[in-house]
Design a protein around this ligand. Structure first.
Ligand SMILES: *Cc1c(COP(=O)(O)O)cnc(C)c1O
Length: 314
């Protein structure tokens, strides 16, 4: 599948997911393969960037600046989008220690290595500076250092990102009763909610403990046909359990589809658990969104290995 051009993404296929639990409960589950938009980058992150990049180009900016942690899918996506569109990219990265020896950092961090290879420049900042990144004084210091830039928030969520994510749904998704999607900042879910039909219900599976998420999503949509399922964050952002890792490995073996441990694995685990608990009535049609996130697996596996825990088969 080719990567994105300025205005279009390839149509992403919808795969039927067959397993005994779904069959026994009489529930149909299909998976929309947004992970196939790009080999390196989360599909939803490209969707979120699309109208932002077009806006930046339209306003004749030459650089994109954004923020993220050291394994951020959004950092990887912004770096690649900048490369594709000939825009300079600057990543403000949490953790100043990562900047002490960049060579060493790049050896140990596949996400930053990827972003660096795409041409991204990094500014590593302390955790306290990172927390205060919304302050005007901080933005001014960034401008002094890097010149003018088009700013994209951490995680990539803004009004233009919602517009891009609304395009995840189309006429081929109109007949599903439920749409399920993983939630980080909630931007992707908000776009899906906005594009959903009145007869559809949208279920968001937060990948982190986030009491703020519901209010955050309401900033971007006034629709009410949605709900957050908050029981499947596995202890918080980037936290995993052996049950989750095992689920991802089994899913790969049975379906030949790779899930990631931070977002899509948790969503599919949660969805499958709801189904086996009888949450959905017979003949319900569910569309789950595979948002991608696969670039993060290598980094996660290195951390799991260091902890002596079992890893994700890739
Ligand atoms: C970022 C991300 C999400 C969450 O998207 P939000 O818009 O921040 O809620 C889900 N899945 C993957 C793979 C992601 O990279």
């Amino acid at each position: 599948m080719q990567t994105w051009s300025a205005t279009t993404f390839p149509e992403t296929p919808i795969n039927a997911i067959l397993n005994t639990v779904y069959r026994e409960k009489g529930v149909e589950v299909d998976l929309k393969r947004e992970d196939l938009i790009d080999a390196d980058v989360s599909g939803n992150k490209f969707r979120k960037l699309k109208y932002n990049v077009l806006q930046a180009v339209e306003e004749e900016y030459t650089a994109l600046l954004t923020y993220g942690g050291a394994f951020s899918n959004h950092i990887a996506a912004t770096a690649k989008a900048g490369k594709l569109f000939g825009l300079k990219t600057i990543g403000v990265i949490r953790g100043e220690e990562l900047g002490y020896d960049l060579k060493e950092t790049l050896l140990n961090n596949p996400t930053l290595k990827f972003a660096h290879d795409c041409g991204m420049e990094f500014q590593f900042v302390t955790r306290s500076a990172y927390r205060e990144k919304h302050l005007e004084s901080f933005r001014e210091s960034l401008k002094t250092k890097h010149g003018n830039f088009y700013e994209i928030p951490e995680g990539g969520t803004n009004a233009l990102a919602i517009k891009g994510c609304a395009e995840i749904l189309d006429e081929l998704t109109a007949n599903y009763d439920f749409i399920a999607c993983s939630v980080g900042t909630g931007g992707t879910l908000a776009g899906i909610i906005e594009a959903s039909l009145p007869h559809q219900k949208v279920l968001g599976f937060p990948a982190l403990k986030g009491d703020f998420l519901e209010a955050e999503i309401r900033k971007y949509t006034s629709r009410t046909n949605w709900q957050l399922v908050t029981d499947y964050h596995f202890g918080g952002y980037a936290k995993t359990s052996s049950a989750l890792i095992q689920f991802i490995n089994t899913f790969k073996k049975e379906q030949d589809i790779q899930l990631d441990p931070i977002y899509t694995g948790k969503m599919m685990y949660g969805l499958t658990d709801l189904i086996s608990n009888g949450y959905f009535s017979k003949n319900t049609r569910i569309l789950a969104i595979h948002t991608g996130g696969l670039q993060g697996i290598t980094g996660m596996n290195e951390r799991l290995r260091k902890q002596g825990r079992s890893t994700i088969n890739i």
